[in-house]
Design a protein around this ligand. Structure first.
Ligand SMILES: Cc1cc2nc3c(=O)[nH]c(=O)nc-3n(C[C@H](O)[C@H](O)[C@H](O)COP(=O)(O)OP(=O)(O)OC[C@H]3O[C@@H](n4cnc5c(N)ncnc54)[C@H](O)[C@@H]3O)c2cc1C
Length: 53
């Protein structure tokens, strides 16, 4: 079985990593040629930011 993933955003990449850990084959398809930053730095507020607790 090969899982086809549309989009290499954090959702698609996370799913790919999870499938990899489970030993399940997958392919990620991304619409854009080049992944570029959008907006500013990602921010992670407490309680999910380990540095903030
Ligand atoms: C300016 C901005 C700043 C943000 N800042 C923060 C922040 O500081 N902290 C935070 O937690 N969140 C932030 N977010 C929200 C965060 O970016 C999103 O919640 C997150 O990226 C969603 O991830 P996703 O994988 O669902 O979608 P996306 O990251 O949107 O990824 C989807 C991918 O799928 C691709 N795609 C779409 N359609 C197709 C198709 N038909 N075939 C193939 N590929 C396709 C797209 O090109 C894209 O690369 C921000 C969002 C924006 C716009």
């Amino acid at each position: 079985m090969t899982v086809l993933i549309a989009g290499a955003g954090i959702g698609g990449l996370t799913l790919g990593l999870s499938l990899h850990q489970l030993g399940i084959g997958f392919r990620i398809f991304e619409a854009v040629r080049e992944i570029r930053p959008l907006g500013g730095r990602d921010q992670c507020a407490a309680p999910c930011d380990p540095g903030a607790v």
